[in-house]
Design a protein around this ligand. Sequence first.
Ligand code: NCC
Length: 276
Amino acid sequence: RSKLSGPELLCQIKEMVQIATLTPDMEPFSGLPLASQLPLRQITADIGPFKTCAVVSSAGSLKNSGLGKEIDSHDAVMRFNAAPTTGFEKDVGSKTTVRLINSQVMASEDHHFLSSSLYSAGILVSWDPGPYSSDLREWFNKTDYPIFKQYQRYRRLHPQQPFYILHPQMEWQLWQRIQDNMVETIQKNPPSSGLLGTVLMMSLCEVVHVYEFLPSRRKTELCHYYQRFSDAACTLGAYHPLLYEKNLVKRMNKGSNRDIYTHGRVMLPGFTTFNC
Ligand code: NCC
């Protein structure tokens, strides 16, 4: 099997990964109270298209990057999980257009998901590792963390804030792209929020700039720019196939290696800007 080029990889992802969020008509939700809380339309029908976007990883190497102004200059900015902006504006900016959160954040006591103002800016998108079959009923009966319970509670408290749930098929279609493009057998766990969010933004933006997903010269064992905890697994992966994700992103990068080294910046084209 020959190694795909960057453009070929981009086409595979564009054609084989469907960007989908849950809507009220989908089974088994249609008859349930949850259905009345789900957005009526797909996220891709509701928001964007944006010209230029920033995806801000939570990596420790963002610390002292001074990238805040550049990040805020984009039309839309995506952040992840509990990553704050307050107090870190110089390095990560202050704009939040979309926040992608995993179900662990929604469920764990320490994140105060229902009450913390951290989550009130922008559009929320959540995800939970679904079964490989991506069967919604099977997933609904056995989620990793109680994503649906927490989603419903949050929606009752903050009914005006747009809040989507990713269809689990997106996780596994993307996982398959990673596996099919690697020689090694990869653990059957979904991609990290970082890669899921990057691909979601590629469907909403003309150009996506991803910051410190591929580590710059500031590379550090510090896990997050906002915490004192260190662990190299945050950058290299443990549960998520993060190293493989990064390899794929490196191959698709349209920017220069110099940009990675100095700014931790990767440039990816939006799906509408290329033909396959
Ligand atoms: O750490 P996390 O990710 O919230 O980071 C968001 C995304 O940024 C990229 N990243 C992060 C740190 C780092 N040093 N290098 C990076 O490249 C990754 O792409 C990552 O996805 C997640 O993916 O949802 C994850 O969430 C955390 C945790 O659940 C939340 O932060 C809430 O506390 C997971 N950590 C643990 O379970 C302990 C992490 O594995 C994945």
